[in-house]
Design a protein around this ligand. Structure first.
Ligand SMILES: Cc1ncc(COP(=O)(O)O)c(C=O)c1O
Length: 291
């Protein structure tokens, strides 16, 4: 199907699914264990999702909002701290900080890419700043060179809101290879979905373990004796969702390739409409999944 034919026809249904999702659901059902403790689907999904994003430490969670909350908690965000967020994003980016008692400090985005403006971030860093949250808007990765340098110079960690950025790359590096925590959403409209769901990529095992304990009511993975080691909540993903997400991950690369091919056509046609200025792409974001 040519790009023009595709653009002239009806929009495809979303989500897309097939026998892989059906088989996954039956596989999860037949395990007879439907939560992650005792099942195999969440563990397998975490390993596959981590590998696909250049990381070794993926933690699956209930949704993208909880992924952000958990990631911020692991970074030590709480009352008396500030988190710099883009002024243009979904509300969860700032709500996650607020739920932990922190203040979300909104700063401007670049008018071309709609991504957080590093110079605005720099101006907003103050004595209470404990995290900077770039949101890779609609799959366009933020300027990770400038933000990485700011983070290194200031000592303030980055937490990537990658809710739109499954499979994205910045100068050949995958989201999990950039050295910072990243949070994903698998809500119904996202590039891969189980209706709801989320994941956090951690840059090291120690952070992953802290995240795991907190996402499971304070219990370590091997605990069977109700040893609640710390505070936490229940952000565990279930086995059915993980089985669907494994199938969805299998579709992602081909879907991104299709969108990369069609995006220039859609963008050109949108630009012909008076008053419409399509989002531009920074070429250093060399794999854009185009959410
Ligand atoms: C940029 C961004 N961050 C976070 C989220 C929250 O994800 P969820 O809906 O899975 O809680 C979304 C979801 O729409 C989003 O677009």
């Amino acid at each position: 199907m040519s790009n023009d034919v595709c653009l002239g026809s009806e929009l495809p249904a979303w989500p897309q699914y097939g026998d892989e999702e059906r088989e996954g659901l039956i596989r999860a059902l037949d395990q007879g264990q439907w939560w992650r403790i005792g099942g195999g689907e969440v563990d397998a999904f975490e390993a596959e999702f981590a590998a696909a994003h250049g990381s070794e430490h993926a933690l699956a969670v209930t949704n993208g909002t909880h992924a952000l909350e958990l990631a911020l908690e692991v970074l030590g965000i709480g009352a008396g701290t500030e988190v710099i967020v883009p002024a243009f994003t979904f509300i969860s980016s700032s709500q996650a900080a607020q739920r932990l008692g922190a203040v979300a400090v909104p700063v401007d985005v670049d008018p071309d890419t709609y991504c957080i403006d590093p110079s605005a971030v720099e101006a907003a860093i103050g004595p209470r700043t404990r995290a900077i949250m770039p949101v890779h808007m609609a799959g366009q990765m933020c300027d990770m060179d400038a933000l990485g340098k700011l983070s290194a110079d200031s000592g303030v960690p980055l937490i990537q809101d990658a809710a739109h950025a499954h499979g994205a790359q910045w100068r050949g590096k995958k989201v999990g290879e950039l050295g910072s925590v990243a949070a994903f959403s698998f809500q119904n409209g996202k590039l891969m979905t189980a209706g709801e769901g989320g994941a956090v990529l951690f840059p090291d095992a120690e952070m992953y373990e802290r995240g795991f304990v907190r996402h499971s009511c304070g219990r370590p993975p091997t605990d069977r004796g109700y040893f609640h080691r710390t505070s936490g909540s229940n952000f565990r993903l279930n086995e059915f969702s993980a089985s669907v997400l494994r199938a969805q991950l299998g579709r992602l690369e081909d879907q991104i390739t299709t969108r990369e091919q069609r995006w220039p056509v859609l963008s050109r046609l949108l630009a012909e409409i008076p008053g419409v200025v399509p989002q531009s792409c920074d070429d250093r974001g060399d794999r854009n999944p185009h959410y």
